[in-house]
Design a protein around this ligand. Structure first.
Ligand SMILES: NC(=O)c1ccc[n+]([C@@H]2O[C@H](COP(=O)([O-])OP(=O)(O)OC[C@H]3O[C@@H](n4cnc5c(N)ncnc54)[C@H](O)[C@@H]3O)[C@@H](O)[C@H]2O)c1
Length: 293
């Protein structure tokens, strides 16, 4: 995939596994960059929802006059939705973005290893907190596995954390970096293969601290959010941000970091656990710390 000289080769065929909040955004970003994109979802209903997410996002861009109707149609035409991983056999890069659960992801990586034909195909994960080496060792080619951690909304936020594991080869790292920077136009920050990488290792304890303040009854969610937006010039408060990320996702990241570091600051507070158990998952469920219509 890469010349021995200095020129890095472009990825032309990308696969995305999972078409939830993040998978849909990554698929859209890849299609906007001109790639042939194949998205694997878990069934017909997920295809409908995933296509709906991407179409709604592109329609918003047309309304804001950032895309023409023809451009939207061309971008959508580059994305194929499928329901079986074997449809990714000819891909040069696959980005896994399924539910934040180590076992689920390991099964996906094991299958990709079996199915994807090109020896130098890159297997990337968009995991928020699971160390990449745990996914790499589910495959027979750990040197091809890397973390490409995008941020929500993918088409808006420029950062991608690039997480090489102990076993990631230099060729894989260069291909992934070139893909994110030169093809998607993102800015790459190398991050350590530790639970939470860089951003979540700092962000999650902050979100959990805000949830503990609300849980203790000192202050309301709205007051915390207003205080942080008005006092620190943050674009949104911590509970609005937790709702945007998804409270189930926040909990999974917190659990992964608690498991890794055994420090109380990473333990999800009971209020967060009860909200997730009750289905109040934030913006995607219409209800979290705030009501979303
Ligand atoms: N939400 C965020 O802000 C954010 C940011 C960066 C990274 N992430 C990470 O991205 C990943 C996905 O998160 P999300 O927010 O999109 O979650 P989500 O719940 O919106 O989507 C996950 C999707 O994966 C699908 N899925 C589960 N198992 C599958 C399988 N075997 N094959 C195909 N599809 C499968 C589910 O049906 C669901 O549609 C997680 O690892 C998460 O930690 C999330």
């Amino acid at each position: 995939m890469r010349d021995e000289g200095t020129k890095d080769m472009d990825i032309e065929r990308a696969g995305i596994v999972g078409c939830g909040t993040m998978g849909a955004g990554i698929a859209e970003a890849c299609a906007r960059a001109g790639l042939d994109v194949r998205v694997v979802t878990s069934g017909a209903e997920s295809v409908r929802r995933g296509r709906g997410r991407i179409t709604a996002s592109l329609d918003r861009a047309v309304v804001k006059q950032r895309l023409t109707g023809e451009e939207r149609d061309r971008i959508l035409g580059r994305i194929a939705f499928v329901t079986a991983l074997d449809e990714l056999a000819d891909r040069q890069l696959v980005i896994e973005s399924v539910t934040e659960d180590q076992q689920t992801k390991q099964v996906v990586f094991k299958e990709l290893d079996r199915l994807v034909e090109a020896e130098d195909a890159v297997f990337a994960s968009n995991t928020s907190a699971i160390p990449i080496v745990r996914l790499a060792t589910a495959t027979s080619r750990p040197e091809n596995v890397i973390g490409l951690h995008f941020f929500h909304p993918v088409t808006v936020l420029p950062l991608v954390e690039l997480v090489a594991s102990l076993f990631t080869s230099d060729a894989t790292r260069r291909t992934a970096e070139h893909f994110a920077e030169a093809q998607l136009g993102k800015q790459v920050v190398p991050s350590p293969d530790r639970a939470g990488f860089t951003v979540n290792a700092l962000l999650i304890p902050y979100l959990l601290a805000a949830i503990r303040m609300v849980e203790a009854g000192h202050v309301t969610a709205s007051s915390v959010d207003r205080a942080m937006t008005l006092g620190c010039n943050h674009p949104m408060g911590p509970l609005q941000l937790a709702d945007l990320i998804g409270l189930d996702v926040v909990t999974s990241i917190a659990n992964a970091m608690y498991h890794e570091y055994k420090e109380p600051q990473y333990a999800p507070p009971p209020l967060l656990l009860r909200m997730v158990e009750g289905g109040a998952l934030g913006r995607k469920a219409g209800r979290g710390f705030h009501v979303h219509t």
